[in-house]
Design a protein around this ligand. Structure first.
Ligand SMILES: Nc1ncnc2c1ncn2[C@@H]1O[C@H](COP(=O)(O)OP(=O)(O)OP(=O)(O)O)[C@@H](O)[C@H]1O
Ligand SMILES: [Mg+2]
Length: 370
């Protein structure tokens, strides 16, 4: 725990940002908790999906904000997996809340979402397990004091969840280091002729991106240690609008931007455009469209609207309008200047131009070219 207060931090960890919700759930939680868990699986699901704290304790009635918006069953499967000896792999296209869900699961189950390994091509076994304080190693030789434990080491020793982000970006031999950890639940430390045995409560949540398939596939030995939960794109426009509105509202509060409540029309517009271009067909099913190369994810919709709010606040009249989102939308759609530009042009002239009530937005997009 650092000395900086949560209010000063740009992005507090989930366990700090939602400390009051977690404490209220914990106080009221009478269901059985798996060993090492801070909450029962039922309460973890409630923390993720939102609702109220059951009556009957001092904290009864406390409102829990929904973190994940989507199918309850998926969250239940994810939480149940973590209570078994299998690890959890969250898979999905970019922007489907894999990282977000993993952070909140770790916060709710272990009270700590910071045991994190970021998978990159440069991730080494040492980052995962342990390294050495070389000054001490040279001065004293290998000793417990000279050992610098990594996230997996600490999670095992403490009985806490460890998050591995972007599993498939790590080189295969580093991924394989996880196989022993997950099957034997021990981490050998040959230099000290010892091992760390995992304390109950330890498990791993990994995330991986569908689109990265082929960068480094997950070995079948490792895959067998994981239960996979695929996080889908939002099923309906209404669901996606709700996700964007909630997140924009929260981010806006954190960044001291104007109220997002009045931004409903623009949020609907951004979501409509992204969904139409993603699926290659207009909402009414009548016109087929060229699909641009970008992902146009919910996460990108959130950032287009948040950027629009900043523009409106600092350079506009404070209310989010078509001119504030036009640039962000075009930027997200046109990531490849040749093919995507053609797809956008066709959409703009063929769909946007004719759509009732969208003339301001059409003009704002045209104005970007001049
Ligand atoms: N179904 C959803 N419910 C709640 N929030 C969502 C949902 N889908 C997306 N989001 C929001 O989208 C943002 C991005 O999510 P996140 O970074 O977790 O995506 P990701 O799946 O890890 O993407 P990437 O593959 O690019 O790492 C978060 O702010 C999250 O709140
Ligand atoms: Mg992610």
């Amino acid at each position: 725990m650092s000395a900086t207060s949560t209010e000063q931090v740009l992005r507090p960890h989930a366990e700090d940002a939602y400390a009051a919700e977690l404490a209220a759930l914990e106080a009221a939680d009478e269901r059985e908790r798996p060993p090492g868990w801070r909450l029962s699986p039922w309460a973890v699901v409630r923390y993720l999906l939102g609702g109220t704290v059951p009556e009957g304790s001092g904290s009864g009635g406390t409102v829990i904000m929904p973190k994940y918006i989507g199918r309850r069953r998926l969250v239940e499967i994810a939480v149940a997996t973590l209570a078994t000896d299998r690890a959890l792999l969250l898979l999905g296209v970019p922007g489907t809340a894999k990282t977000w869900v993993s952070e909140h699961l770790a916060a709710a189950i272990s009270g700590d979402s910071t045991l994190l390994v970021q998978g990159t091509a440069g991730t080494t076994e040492e980052t995962l397990r342990y390294g050495w304080n070389y000054a001490r190693l040279l001065a004293e030789g290998p000793s417990v004091e000279a050992l610098v434990p990594g996230p997996v080491y600490r999670g095992m020793a403490r009985g806490a969840l460890v998050r591995v982000e972007e599993l498939t970006r790590m080189p295969p031999e580093v991924q394989d280091a996880l196989v022993t950890v997950l099957s034997e639940k021990v981490l050998p430390v040959p230099e000290l002729d010892t091992e760390v045995a995992a304390i109950r409560g330890f498990n791993v949540i990994a995330t991986a991106n569908d689109r990265d398939r082929g960068v480094n596939d997950i070995s079948s030995a490792l895959r067998r240690r994981f239960n996979t939960v695929v996080l889908p794109l939002p099923a309906t426009a209404e669901e996606e609008i709700e996700i964007v509105s909630r997140r924009v509202d929260e981010l806006g509060t954190a960044l001291a931007l104007p109220d997002a409540a009045a931004a409903g029309d623009e949020i609907r517009r951004v979501v409509t455009i992204f969904r139409e271009l993603r699926s290659g067909v207009t909402d009414d099913g009548r016109t087929s469209l060229k699909v641009p190369s970008g992902t146009l994810s919910t996460a990108e919709a959130i950032s287009v609207v948040t950027n629009g709010l900043a523009l409106a606040a600092h350079f506009g009249d404070g209310a989010l309008g078509p001119t504030d989102v036009a640039g962000g939308i075009v930027g997200a759609v046109v990531s490849d200047p040749v093919n995507d530009a053609v797809a956008w042009r066709e959409y703009l002239e063929g769909v946007v131009r004719a759509r009732p009530g969208w003339d301001d937005f059409y003009d704002a997009c045209r104005a970007l070219d001049s």
